[in-house]
Design a protein around this ligand. Structure first.
Ligand code: AMP
Length: 254
């Protein structure tokens, strides 16, 4: 059974115990509404560590849009069932008050790469991400931490943070898991209507096409997407576009 910790002091007592200390710890931070993409991260962690820790925390400081936070899918009962099935050892499930005793008076800012791509369109987003991941790293003290390449900019920023702050953690990137039609799995996909879900396939298809970035933008806009960016950097093509109320992001290696 996955053991659930809602209280940070109890969690810290566990991490000081011999059942936890000096073990090889794998950590997968999530915001819940778990899907197969998350499951592959847990699988990798299980195969490479003695203990696997999940966290489920919808982090308010990384949302720059109040309705996106309000509407973020919540399936906690199903999530805990999945963690049990995957034999994840521990799940950290803290409240906002527990995670932010400082009321977010302290935050971490990266001043370069976090300002482009998604950072340009979601002010404050990556500061929220880096701050919460640093807090979680301090609580979990993982040997290995697993992140999806679907959020490639996030993955690179976390790797850079770990290096800049001398954290003794190995950050592992895991390939994007996709639906049969190519759409990258995402918790937010649950919010797509049937018609929007069909259209979302076009986003993934265009991103991996041979077209130029501006041709892709044009085609997506014609199909009713509001496009934030389609850009190529670091040998990858990155894209973000909104359909209805749902913002999709994805990236492919060129
Ligand atoms: P989230 O719950 O969306 O914050 O995601 C938690 C972790 O799962 C992050 O490291 C994501 O990059 C990763 N993840 C989300 N979707 C996928 C996917 N389709 N394939 C691989 N990893 C993913």
């Amino acid at each position: 059974m996955t053991k659930i910790y809602k209280d940070i002091v109890s969690w810290q007592n566990l991490t000081e115990s011999s059942a936890y200390k000096n073990k090889k710890i794998g950590f997968v931070p999530t915001m819940g509404a778990l899907h197969q993409g998350h499951a592959t991260l847990f699988g990798k962690s299980k195969s490479e560590n003695q203990i696997t820790v999940a966290s489920i925390f919808v982090n308010p400081t990384q949302f720059n849009n109040a309705s996106d936070l309000r509407e973020y899918p919540n399936k906690i009962e199903e999530d805990l069932e999945l963690l049990n099935k995957l034999e994840v050892d521990f799940c950290l499930l803290p409240s906002v008050e527990q995670m932010y005793p400082d009321n977010y008076q302290f935050s971490l800012e990266e001043k370069n790469f976090s300002k482009i791509l998604c950072g340009k369109f979601r002010p404050g987003h990556f500061s929220g991400v880096l701050t919460v991941v640093l807090k979680l790293f301090n609580l979990v003290k993982p040997t290995n931490a697993y992140f999806g390449e679907k959020d490639y900019q996030q993955f690179l920023l976390i790797k850079e943070m770990v290096s800049a702050l001398f954290l003794p953690i190995n950050v592992v990137g895991c390939p994007t898991v996709r639906e049969v039609d190519g759409l990258a799995m995402s918790s937010r996909n649950l919010r797509l209507s049937e018609a929007q879900r069909k259209k979302a396939t076009i986003f993934a298809g265009e991103l991996k096409s041979k077209k130029s970035c501006s041709e892709i933008m044009e085609s997506l806009e014609k199909n009713g997407f509001k496009v934030d960016y389609i850009e190529e950097i670091f040998g990858r093509r990155f894209g973000a576009a909104t359909i209805g109320e749902v913002r999709l992001i994805d990236n492919v290696s060129l």
